[in-house]
Design a protein around this ligand. Structure first.
Ligand SMILES: [Zn+2]
Length: 168
């Protein structure tokens, strides 16, 4: 039963971006106990406005796999970080014009369209709270950095272009 639940969960897309919640790192684990199925999920941000729609979609997917299951969603707040995004998820996001903040990587932010480092932060918030808007001075594209708020609020007002972890 676990495999069929996972395969349905793999089809659930994020409400805002065409990426599966599995690749985004939002769906974390499942626990099956008879007809009771618990899905552990981690929102990309505590105040993410998409959580209710995510929950609805996940419950619907579980019911496609096991129609009479008792589904419970457990949110684990504060454990999501950009490294939760799968490699496939990063590619999907890049092709949709998003760059994912990377943990422990010290390199300049690059444009997802032309790879130029001549990018500029356009403000604090993008289309939703987990996005930060940027534009590229080389090709003129605009794109969003996903998860950047963690770099700003948890690591102090360091230069957003140098997304590096503090020394450990
Ligand atoms: Zn560019």
């Amino acid at each position: 039963m676990t495999a069929i639940v996972w395969s349905e969960l793999a089809t659930v897309l994020d409400p805002e971006i065409d990426i599966s919640l599995l690749d985004l790192g939002v769906i974390r684990s499942i626990e099956i106990d008879g007809q009771s199925i618990t899905i552990v999920m981690a929102p990309t941000r505590t105040a993410c406005p998409g959580v209710h729609e995510m929950k609805r979609r996940v419950i619907e997917a579980v019911h496609r796999a096991v129609p009479d299951a008792n589904v419970e969603i457990k949110w684990k707040i504060g454990i999501w970080n950009p490294s939760c995004v799968s490699d496939r998820g990063r590619k999907v996001l890049q092709s949709a014009g998003y760059i994912v903040a990377e943990e422990g990587v010290s390199r300049p932010l690059t444009c997802p369209y032309c790879s130029s480092v001549k990018v500029r932060r356009d403000g604090d918030f993008g289309g939703s709270v987990c996005k930060t808007p940027f534009s590229c001075r080389a090709c003129g594209s605009t794109f969003d950095l996903l998860g950047a708020d963690q770099c700003v609020s948890c690591r102090g007002p360091r230069d957003i272009l140098q997304i590096a972890s503090p020394p450990r």
